[in-house]
Design a protein around this ligand. Structure first.
Ligand code: DX5
Ligand code: ZN
Length: 220
């Protein structure tokens, strides 16, 4: 049984106090930080990049940084992100071609980061079949990437069930988008173990209880 890991997304937090907000959620028991990187091209929004993450790393040592790269050229930022102290580099399959995907995976590994591949809601999970054994994490989007605070897409749970059934050796399945105390129940049942939660945790008045509760549901 895999341990549940809860990773707050700070996208909807007050970004002028990014380090404090991150520390607050880590002190409340969060296992890792999910950092949403957007380039205004792969998704219709802009957020932070490696310069900000590098500063955040100085303030927050020893915590697992999960960079969710919603960018059109994932091959472009691998070294910068590693240099900024990122531990997991998750790029989107929709931003690659069959020509460069193996290259990207190899470069991320060479930069000593864990490799994650994300898929958008409309992408068939079966496109991952060829890469599953080469990577560390599969990220199932349960909203269209680009914005926090959207509604959870329950029908994505079939993808998670399919992965757990066909690839029992696969360790980490991460869910991202609209996950709260209620919708996490579906994620837990389907077999996800890395849970990103943004607005639900940011807005919570009792983040410590909520994180504990979320982890229990996954570990059950
Ligand atoms: C969406 C991002 C998510 C999102 C999570 O593009 O990848 O990480 O911000 O936030 P909530 O939990 O509010 O949907
Ligand atoms: Zn994300």
């Amino acid at each position: 049984q895999l341990k549940g890991l809860i990773g707050p997304s700070i996208l909807n937090a007050d970004l002028s106090t990014l380090a404090e907000e991150s520390r607050r959620l880590l002190n409340a028991g969060a296992d890792y930080l999910h950092l949403d990187v957007m380039d205004g091209h792969f998704v219709p929004n802009l957020t932070i990049g490696h310069p900000v993450i590098k500063c955040l790393r100085k303030n927050i040592p020893n915590v697992y940084f999960d960079a969710h790269m919603m960018v059109s050229k994932p091959e472009q930022w691998i070294e910068e992100m590693a240099g900024a102290g990122v531990n997991q580099y998750t790029f989107h399959i929709e931003s690659t071609t069959s020509d460069n995907i193996y290259d990207i995976i190899r470069k991320i590994k060479e930069a000593d980061m864990k490799v994650g591949i994300g898929i958008k809601p409309k992408t068939d999970v079966k496109v991952l079949s060829d890469f599953i054994n080469d990577i560390d994490v599969i990220l199932i989007m349960t909203v269209e990437p680009g914005f926090g605070g959207q509604k959870f897409m329950n029908d994505m749970m079939d993808k998670i069930r399919w992965l757990r059934k066909n690839y029992p050796q696969l360790l980490h399945i991460e869910v991202d988008g609209g996950v709260n105390l209620k919708t996490i129940e579906d994620c837990a049942q389907a077999g996800a173990n890395m849970i990103v939660s943004g607005s639900a945790l940011i807005e919570s008045k009792q983040a410590n209880k909520d994180i504990e509760h979320m982890r229990q549901l996954i570990d059950e």
